[in-house]
Design a protein around this ligand. Sequence first.
Ligand code: CAA
Length: 380
Amino acid sequence: MILELNEDQKMIRDSARDFAEKFVAPVARQLDVTQEFPVDLIKQAGEMGFMGVAIPEQYGGSDMDYVSYVLMMEEISRHCASTGVILSVNNSLVCDPLLKYGTEEQKQKYLKPLAMGEKIGCYGLTEANSGSDCASMKTVAKKDGEGWIVNGSKIFITNGTNADTFIVFTSTDASLGNRGITAFIIERDMPGVSVIPMHGKMGIRASGLSELVFEDVKLTDEHRLGDFNKGFKVAMTTLDAGRIGIAAQALGIAKGCIAESVKYSKERAQFGKTISNFQGIQFMLADMHARYDSARLVTLKAAFLKDSGKNYSLYSSKAKILAAETATFASNKAVQIHGGYGYIKEYDVERFFRDARITEIYEGTTEIQKLVVSSTLIGR
Ligand code: CAA
């Protein structure tokens, strides 16, 4: 068993770390305050090849593997989880299904500019009354001659405010439940499409959250992604990969919490010595790092299985459970170690604490991941 990164993987990790330190860290706090989508930063990330890490060069990507994608996501999210999720959605929830299910024409037209970072993508699955039970969606695509007419709306859409290309799931035969869902590619500038920004999030405040509304949006069959009525599998397999990205984002948050806590504990003096001398603090740091390391191994294993062409659904769910709970745990301890200073915006751990929380919710809650894991253990 080889647990060493190869040279390419080390290279992308180092370049992502360098990029994050130089360009992401200095603006992260401000992005959290303004809630503005980091347009220029994402353009720069695209130029670095971070918008389509595991997409082949012929489709505009960096032609690297999913382990590399995890490493990139971790380094960026260590400083800014908003930037992390923007990249994750573009890479795994948009580029991935276009590569897997798209026609050659769709790959040239949509995937290439997305993987190059010239365009931004979003993933429209969730609706106001259809979250964990995503198959109960009410957005409808009705056959209209050779084409389709879409009506409905999607909510909590990361990147929505700035996305050009949307992957949207629709009900094409409500009587068939999850076997009556079809995926489509919808463009922002199509007549009948509107984007309504959503504000007031607890964390990842710069990730362009929005509602997408579709009113008689006319599509041709060239916009269909994958087979008719097979969209649920497109959604699920896409989320399998997406969950690896969110696990990596959560690892980045935990890594930031550990780094900031180690630093602070060596600076802050109480009772005549720095607090790093107290076992109460040492035990917290040790617990944070032990959980981070174990979650990281499982996340890298999920990515490694994907790279090896093996089934990775179980491991991506396990990775998301462990990494998200680690981010929550580590950010809670980081605030505790910082004491009163951890509770104010002057220190990054206050932001990390708020950012961590969503990793247990989006792309399938921790409870949904536990259902996926347990159903492979006991069957259903
Ligand atoms: N890969 C391939 N096929 C899969 C699959 C997978 N990972 N998971 C399920 N399927 C297949 C099943 O095999 C089954 O196939 P058949 O009909 O041929 O038997 C079919 O799909 C239906 O499966 P289930 O009966 O298990 O479906 P379900 O309706 O009970 O749902 C679920 C299962 C796991 C709860 C699923 O609905 C789910 O994952 N829900 C969570 C939704 C979610 O993650 N939303 C995130 C929104 S996106 C987001 O958050 C983006 C963002 O902002 C960053």
